[in-house]
Design a binder for this molecule. Structure first.
Ligand code: FEO
Length: 397
């Protein structure tokens, strides 16, 4: 495995092949926690660490290149435990190292770990740190995606250690974008953006503008492959994802009890399919997880959300999905709610409230039917689906 970014700049992280859950994000292709060792002519710095259980792997990778007692700096770009979790072990293993981070990160680390004996070197926006023939420079990237988030730039090699930005939960034997299947990489980058970065679109824009003034030969994120050949692809995609740019796509989600809401969903799909040039997708929430749903929602134009009524409320699976979507705040969608009920009509109205709280442009009142849909209800569903697809078709390609 090629782990060399540049002379004396090496990937030393851990590839987590089996991980399938990342605080609720379903990581179907695993992940990696990327750490990097930068060896200058005078000083050596480790940039970020790995999840706590894998500290031994990190230590082994570092020791293969440099005795740990010769490491001078442990740079912490981000206090989230997938990257900071091995700091306690590394501080112990590297007794001569200073922990380099900004003041907010120091405070966050102190709330995660016993940092009483740690030797901190606090850096600010634009500060530099000489390693001899190499120079590190630090830039705050506030709320991309935590308050203390920072990136590190290796000036002479034009390498940006971009932390979570431009990352992917993607386990692979390849370390570089030009060695991996780029379609898979881009799909995982999109899923990562939708599930992690989406609510922080504005801070991302600010960070991209600021970092855009740097010369970037390599962009090395904290997860997934390193961008050395196709950074233009991910940068352009970030521009679209940042605004949840709608495409000609309609998605229909449903959670059904006795198939009535499913039949309504299928009538909506039939209506949407009557409009040429629109991609239409149907999801039964029993079969699909929220990670996939938000990735589909991020770039759709329209969303129809159907729930039966259960125990005087929305179906729990639909409530969970809509709560997840609402938290990630996809922007600029049109939509409507639908669903069947027996005596208390609650599912569709509650789904409608979720859509409103997501600032969705509601194109019709909830479509509801008592028990099974009759022909008039199916026709109403068809028409609403057609209307949603017509709005999608009007979007410029
Ligand atoms: Fe990959 Fe925000 O940690």
């Amino acid at each position: 495995m090629d782990t060399v970014l540049a002379p004396n700049v090496n990937w030393v992280g851990y590839v987590d092949w089996p991980v399938r859950d990342f605080h609720g994000y379903q990581t179907k292709r695993g992940s990696s926690y990327n750490a990097y060792l930068v060896q200058g002519s005078e000083k050596t710095a480790l940039i970020d660490t790995v999840k706590a259980p894998y500290a031994d792997y990190l230590l082994r990778n570092v020791a293969a290149l440099c005795p740990p007692e010769k490491v001078d700096y442990l740079v912490c770009n981000h206090a989230e435990p997938d990257h900071s979790g091995s700091f306690p072990a590394m501080v112990k293993a590297c007794p001569n190292a200073q922990v380099v981070c900004n003041a907010k990160c120091r405070d966050a680390l102190s709330l995660h770990y016993d940092t009483a004996g740690w030797n901190f070197l606090i850096v600010k926006e634009g500060d530099t740190l000489s390693l001899g023939d190499k120079t590190l420079q630090f830039f705050d990237t506030v709320m991309v995606h935590w308050p203390e988030s920072m990136v590190t730039y290796l000036v002479e090699e034009e390498i940006l250690f971009s932390m979570d930005a431009f990352g992917q939960h993607y386990a692979t034997y390849c370390r570089f974008d030009d060695e991996a299947d780029l379609n898979e990489v881009m799909q995982e980058a999109k899923t990562y953006y939708a599930n992690i970065v989406l609510p922080y679109a504005r801070p991302v824009e600010t960070a991209v503008k600021k970092l855009g003034t740097l010369k970037l030969r390599i962009v090395a994120p904290s997860h997934g492959v390193i961008w050395r050949s196709h950074f233009d692809r991910i940068l352009a995609a970030y521009g679209d994802w940042r605004v949840s740019k709608p495409s000609r796509k309609v998605i229909v989600l449903y959670s059904t009890m006795w198939q009535s809401t499913r039949h309504m969903a299928e009538a909506i799909v039939a209506g949407a399919n009557s409009v040429p040039g629109v991609q239409v997708k149907l999801f039964d929430l029993k079969a699909v997880g929220d990670t996939e749903i938000i990735t589909e929602v991020m770039d759709c134009a329209g969303i129809a959300v159907g729930s039966a009524t259960l125990n005087q409320g929305i179906m729990p699976r639909m409530a969970a999905c809509l709560t997840y979507l609402r938290g990630l705040r996809p922007a600029g969608k049109k939509g409507f709610a639908f669903g069947s009920y027996g005596w208390a009509c609650k599912g569709a109205p509650e789904a409608n409230e979720y859509l409103k709280s997501m600032a969705c442009d509601i194109i019709t009142d909830p479509i509801m039917c008592r028990f099974a849909p009759d022909e008039a209800t199916r026709q109403a569903c068809f028409e609403a689906g057609r209307k949603l697809a017509e709005a999608a078709a009007a979007i410029e390609a």
